[in-house]
Structures are given as C-alpha cells and as structure tokens.
Design a protein around this ligand. Structure first.
Ligand code: NAG
Ligand code: NAG
Length: 171
C-alpha cells in the first residue's frame, strides 16, 4: 500500500498513477494530502488516503518556484505540515487560504505574511527569509530518515517504521 503511494509521487509514467492523478486529484498531487475519503472512491483509494499520514514526512516537496507548493498542507518546510505546526496558535490561519501556494505569498520581493505573534510563527518567518524562489519547477524527493533515495525499499520502510513504532500493525 505504501509503495503505491510512493509510485504516485515518483513514477509518473505508470497508467495507474496517471489515472489517479487525473481523475481523482484533478492533475494536482498536492490534493492527495487534502481530499477526504468518500464512498464514491474505490476501496483501494480510501485505504491509501487512510495510510497517507504514515508516509507524509518522507515525501518532501522541494520549493523552487513555489507555484505548485501548497503553503499549509505540502511537506515543504523544515517544520513539516504547517497546518499541524501552527494548529495551536491563536489566529493560526494568518489570513492565508487553505489552498494558497508558497509563490502566492511572495509578492514584489516580499513575503506577505502578517507580523509573527508566536515563537513558531517567528521561526517560520526566519526560515522564509532564507528561502529564495526561482523559475524552476518544484519537485518531490523521497527522504527516509535523512537519506534521499530514488528507489523504494520495503525493507527500509519497515525498518524505519518499526523503529518509529508506526508500522507495527502492518507486520
Ligand atoms: C496542540 O495542542 C494539543 C493539546 O494540548 C497537543 O496534543 C498537540 O501536540 C499540540 N500540537 C502541536 C503541534 O504542538
Ligand atoms: C486574532 O484575530 C482577531 C480578529 O481577527 C483579533 O481581534 C485578535 O487580536 C487576534 N489575536 C491575535 C493574538 O493575533
């Protein structure tokens, strides 16, 4: 199951991936993290959606132009999912829409975020000052415990999963 999720992000050529991407995600992989399980979906797709949290932190989105990176829900920042990172901040929406892209928050060479009102928001601001957008495309990288790889290894995933205590149910 986890390998199917991996395929979705890293094997663009397969027919299954093309079908899911176009018909279910409307061409946007970022939607995989946000769509809700539904009785209209296949059993398999709903199963993958239930498992997505287990693999989220290993599917990193590298920001270049920021145009296909969703600020709140993609795994692009050192803090992981910003929606989770800032969930306990009062006013945590910062006036930023759910599906806003990173590039949409950078206008005329400035980040258009409100003044930070918590330590976490301050950390985010500091990080953003180090981030430079370019004209290249954003891209995904598979990074398990600090190691970037182009291959999926079931052994590695099970080892890391059991180390972290998240995959015990799967064994
Ligand atoms: C938010 O608060 C809840 C309840 O206090 C806590 O369990 C959770 O870990 C907090 N989330 C973050 C990201 O700190
Ligand atoms: C949160 O937002 C409300 C209304 O938008 C504002 O009155 C309040 O001062 C904000 N609080 C903080 C801590 O920013």
């Amino acid at each position: 199951m986890l390998k199917l999720i991996w395929l979705l992000f890293f094997q663009a050529g397969s027919i299954w991936v093309g079908w899911i991407k176009e018909t279910v995600l409307s061409g946007d992989l970022s939607s995989f993290w946000t769509i809700q399980p539904s009785t209209r979906n296949s059993w398999l797709l709903n199963k993958l959606l239930k498992l997505r949290g287990e693999i989220y932190h290993w599917i990193r989105l590298r920001v270049r132009s920021g145009t296909s990176t969703r600020f709140w829900t993609d795994n692009w920042s050192p803090f992981g999912c910003l929606q989770s990172f800032l969930e306990n901040d009062s006013n945590f929406s910062l006036g930023i829409q759910d599906d806003a892209t990173v590039s949409s928050l950078f206008i005329d060479n400035h980040w258009i975020l409100p003044q930070p009102r918590s330590d976490k928001q301050l950390e985010l601001h500091v990080f953003l000052t180090t981030l430079e957008l370019s004209s290249e495309d954003d891209y995904y990288e598979w990074e398990v415990e600090g190691k970037i790889s182009s291959k999926y290894s079931t052994g590695q995933v099970i080892e890391m999963g059991t180390t972290n205590g998240v995959f015990l149910f799967a064994l």
